[in-house]
Design a protein. Structure first.
Length: 346
C-alpha cells in the first residue's frame, strides 16, 4: 500500500510540472445526484439522506467521491495534464466541490471553484472547477433561466465565468437544461428557452469584444442535432459553415456515428455537449483554437471518456454507463452519463 501511495504521489508531482504543456483540456461531467448526507430544509433532498429511500450515508458518499476522483484523475493522466476547466452538474452544493478538489489525486491541481446555489427544487447545481494557474478569473455570475409563461417555475441557472487563458479573453458557461419530463416534445419549449438565453449571453459578450472566445457546456437534455441546439442555441455541425458569432458543436458528428454519453432503451443519446464560438473553432482571433486529440488519430474534435470501468459489464443494463443507483439499489458506480472533453492549443 505504501509503495502504491508513493507511486501515485510521484505521478501527481510529474503532472503538476507538466501544467505548462499544451494543449489545454476543457471538460464537462454530469455527476448524477452527488448529494451530501445533511438535510437541507429548503430543498427536496430527503431521498439522499441516511434515513431516506436510498439510505445515503457516509460510506456511500465516500465511494462516490473516490469514483469522481478516479475519473477526473484518469482524464488528467491521458497526457499528464489536469484539465484547465471542468464543468459539472448534479452536485448539491459547494462542499461537494471542495471535497472533490481536496482529494489526494486532484489536490496538486489546486482547483478553484465557481459555484452558485440554484433555485432547483431538489437543490442540484451546476458549477466549475478551474485551475487558476491556467484560467485567470476576472468575474462570474449566475444567470437565471426564465420563461415568461411560467413565472413561478424554478430551474438551474447558467453559471458564467470570464477571464483569460494565455492572455486571450474567454467566457465559460455551464448549464443543465430542463429535463424531458412530460415528454420530449411537450417539454421542448423549456430547453429552447435555456438555449436562447445562452445564445443571448454569448451575443452580448461578442458585441462588446468580438475576440472573446466562448465555451458553452452542460447536460442539455437534448442531442446536438435537436432544435434547441441547432436552432435556438445556433450551434452548427460543420466548421466550414461557420460565420463570425456562430457556435460550433463538435459532438454532432459523433452522435451521427452512433456514439453517445447516456443510454436509454438500448439507444445512445449525446446530451452532454461542449460548444465553442467560431473564433475558437477556427482560430480567427488570437492563437488558441480547438484541436483534435493530439495523442491519437481521430476524425472528431469532441472526445467522450469511456473506459471499461465506467460501463455496466453484466445484467439488464449491460453496456450502459455504470451508475450509482438503479432505483434505490446501490450499484457503487459512477454516473448515468459519460464525461466529455475538448482540447484547445496554439
Amino acid at each position: 500500500m505504501r509503495k502504491k501511495l508513493i507511486i501515485t504521489a510521484v505521478l501527481a508531482s510529474v503532472m503538476v510540472m507538466c501544467f505548462a504543456q499544451k494543449p489545454h483540456k476543457i471538460m464537462f461531467y454530469n455527476m448524477e445526484n452527488f448529494f451530501d448526507t445533511i438535510d437541507d430544509p429548503e430543498t427536496n433532498d430527503e431521498e439522499f439522506l441516511p434515513d431516506g429511500a436510498k439510505r445515503w450515508n457516509t460510506a456511500k458518499y465516500d465511494k462516490k467521491l473516490r469514483n469522481m476522483e478516479r475519473v477526473l484523475f484518469d482524464i488528467a493522466a491521458i497526457d499528464r495534464n489536469y484539465p484547465a476547466v471542468i464543468g459539472v452538474s448534479e452536485i448539491e452544493n459547494r462542499s461537494i466541490l471542495e471535497d472533490i478538489a481536496s482529494t489526494r489525486k486532484l489536490l496538486p491541481a489546486r482547483y478553484a471553484i465557481c459555484h452558485y446555489d440554484s433555485p432547483d427544487l431538489r437543490g442540484v447545481d451546476v458549477a466549475f472547477l478551474y485551475r487558476p494557474d491556467v484560467f485567470k478569473l476576472e468575474g462570474s455570475a449566475d444567470i437565471p433561466v426564465r420563461i415568461a409563461s411560467l413565472p413561478n417555475w424554478r430551474t438551474r441557472g447558467i453559471v458564467t465565468m470570464w477571464g483569460t487563458i494565455d492572455d486571450e479573453p474567454f467566457l465559460f458557461m455551464v448549464a443543465h437544461w430542463p429535463s424531458r419530463l412530460g415528454g420530449q416534445a411537450a417539454s421542448a419549449f423549456k430547453r429552447n428557452a435555456a438555449a436562447e438565453q445562452m445564445r443571448a449571453i454569448a451575443d452580448s459578450v461578442l458585441k462588446v469584444n468580438p475576440a472573446t472566445k466562448i465555451v458553452a457546456m452542460g447536460d442539455f437534455n437534448d442531442d446536438p442535432t435537436d432544435e434547441s441546439v441547432e436552432v435556438h442555441l445556433g450551434a452548427k455541425a460543420k466548421i466550414k459553415e461557420l460565420q463570425p458569432g456562430d457556435f460550433y458543436t463538435p459532438f454532432a458528428d459523433m452522435l451521427k456515428a452512433g456514439l453517445g454519453t447516456l443510454a436509454y432503451r438500448d439507444a445512445w443519446n449525446l446530451f452532454d455537449n461542449i460548444v465553442v464560438s467560431e473564433n475558437l473553432a477556427t482560430g480567427s482571433a488570437g492563437k488558441l483554437k480547438l484541436v483534435k486529440d493530439p495523442y491519437k488519430k481521430t476524425k472528431f474534435y469532441g472526445n467522450i471518456f469511456k473506459p471499461s470501468y465506467l460501463i455496466q459489464q453484466e445484467g439488464q443494463y449491460k453496456g450502459y454507463p455504470l451508475r450509482t443507483f438503479v432505483g434505490n439499489n446501490f450499484q457503487g458506480g459512477f454516473s448515468d452519463h459519460l464525461p466529455v472533453f475538448i482540447y484547445i492549443a496554439k
